[in-house]
Design a protein around this ligand. Structure first.
Ligand code: BES
Ligand code: MN
Ligand code: ZN
Length: 495
């Protein structure tokens, strides 16, 4: 989608649709006021008829006098004093789905005063870009399908022009990252295999000179001693891949930020096989890996002055004569032995070797993203991702980034008290910790492999995709990661 900042006289703006904000009790936002004046009070006259008192909803009007716009779309923003970025994006979302239905694919948004800053403009543009995503790889749209927005112009006053332009550039970059993560997630498991992900990382590197990719094959992983990761892919005909992407935008000597994502392209559970209901959704078990792809692209598009490493261990988890069996003991790259009591707790097995592998890059900080446990959904539902870290400062940074990017997390404990649940009689550690606090014990497992650096884990089981009628990948937590990286690299975001 094309995003552009415009200025000048709103009344003269030629656009298929001018979007203006109206507050509670028909109070016009400042841009709406200017347009009202230019149209000789046509906007307020329309509002007086009472279909939209500004609290909620929208109102579409055609051919208002004195305006070059074909249509004016008024959106209700609630009480002026309480108006915030969330209300703006929500109202915009509703308005845009209306525009998509009537197949208008270009619009001009004039955000209300006080929401014409970096944060709101970025959120609005990102919302619009996200609403324009359609999955079409294996299903072509019908002729009368809603039309995604092709171009959004955003009008801002001269005084905030620079910040708004930066906001738009960032929104475009984040949207591209989110779209990539959603697309990879939505692709079926028979297309999006570990090899497919590896190929995509190579294509990305070809397209972006700033990015390099290395793919470790099974023999290389074997030689390194990644016994945990390889034990999972043994039950599958698809070879495992360890994808390592590098972006160097920062100082030569600056330590990299490392992102690691679970790239389990289909999780049937293995010998501890899952029930059939909703098993199709386990194609999304690579969403953590997809978010690494997305965040790399976003960072690169923004040209962030930061060094980044993205690691995606990719595998399937299927039942097979050669698959892991409950009770099997494998040796991880770290040297710790693991008793596999449940083959469905495979995410931690592929992640632990990737996390140990990362040590060689001496990362400044490591974030891992994984659709790791159903227990995280039980604990938190599907609104926030679960955040686990012992590092309070890092927790604050990530929590803040989640708030700012409308991609929230909620912290759960990672206390040593839980570690004993992972005791095994036959190995250094068991891969499951019993019924209690399943999301915590999964994080505790990973904590045993991340002692060499600052680290946080995001359990995105409840947030990476939407289930039900609107089933589809969300692209989360790419917005959070992008925000985290923007702040880490010290790029200006105020206006
Ligand atoms: N990928 C699943 C977790 C999952 C399940 C995410 C449902 C989203 C929705 C993971 O590999 C898994 O199977 N975890 C098990 C762990 C258990 C065996 C300790 C789970 O959550 O049941
Ligand atoms: Mn599993
Ligand atoms: Zn899984």
């Amino acid at each position: 989608m094309e995003l552009k900042i415009v200025g000048g006289d709103l009344a003269n703006a030629k656009t298929p649709c001018l979007i203006l904000g109206v507050f509670d009790k028909r109070k016009l936002s400042r841009p709406a006021e200017a347009v009202d004046k230019a149209s000789d009070g046509a906007v307020s006259a329309l509002l007086k008829k009472g279909d939209l008192d500004g609290g909620k909803g929208w109102l579409l009007a055609y051919d208002l006098p004195g305006l070059a716009a074909e249509r004016v779309l008024l959106i209700g923003l609630g009480k002026r004093k309480e108006s915030d970025r969330g209300k703006l994006t929500k109202a915009l979302g509703v308005a845009l789905s209306r525009l998509a239905e009537i197949r208008v694919d270009k619009a001009l948004l004039a955000p209300p005063e006080r929401l014409d800053n970096y944060v709101s403009v970025r959120a609005a543009a990102l919302k619009a870009a996200q609403a324009a995503y359609r999955y079409e790889e294996t299903k072509k749209p019908k002729d009368d399908a809603s039309l995604p927005l092709a171009a959004l112009d955003i009008w801002v006053d001269k005084r905030v022009r620079a910040a708004a332009a930066r906001a738009l550039a960032h929104a475009g970059a984040i949207a591209e990252g989110v779209a990539l993560a959603r697309e990879l997630g939505n692709l079926p498991g028979n297309r999006c295999t570990p090899s497919y992900l590896a190929e995509r990382s190579v294509t990305l590197a070809d397209e972006h000179p700033g990015l390099t990719t290395e793919v470790l094959e099974e023999d290389a992983m074997q030689a390194l001693g990644m016994g945990a990761l390889l034990s999972v892919s043994r039950g599958s005909r698809q070879p495992a891949k360890l994808i390592v992407m590098t972006y160097r935008g920062g100082d030569e000597n600056a330590k990299p930020v490392a992102l690691v994502g679970k790239g389990l392209t289909f999780d049937a559970g293995g010998i501890s096989i899952k029930p059939a209901t909703d098993m199709d959704e386990m194609k999304y078990d690579m969403a953590g890996g997809a978010s690494v792809f997305g965040a790399m692209v976003a960072a690169m598009r923004m040209g962030l002055p930061i060094n980044l490493i993205g690691v995606v261990p990719a595998s399937e988890n299927l039942p097979d004569g050669n698959a892991n069996k409950p009770g099997d003991v494998v040796t991880s790259l770290s040297g710790q032995t693991i008793e596999i009591l449940n083959t469905d707790a495979e995410g931690r097995l592929i992640l632990c070797d990737a996390l140990t592998y990362l040590e060689r890059f001496e990362p400044a900080v490591v974030l891992d993203m994984a659709t790791l446990t159903g227990a995280c959904i039980v604990a938190l539902g599907r609104h926030p991702s679960g955040l686990f870290t012992r590092d309070d400062k890092l927790a604050a940074e990530i929590t803040y980034a989640g708030e700012a990017a409308d991609d929230r997390v909620w912290r759960l404990p990672l206390w040593d008290d839980y570690q004993q649940q992972l005791d095994s009689n036959f190995a250094d550690i068991a891969n499951i910790g019993g019924r209690d606090a399943g999301a915590v014990t999964a994080a505790c497992f990973l904590a045993r492999f991340t002692k060499a650096y600052r680290w946080a884990h995001l359990d995105i089981a409840g947030t990476a995709w939407v289930t039900g009628k609107e089933k589809g990948a969300t692209g989360r937590p790419v917005p959070l990661l992008s925000e985290f990286l923007i702040r880490r690299s010290g790029v200006e975001t105020e206006s």
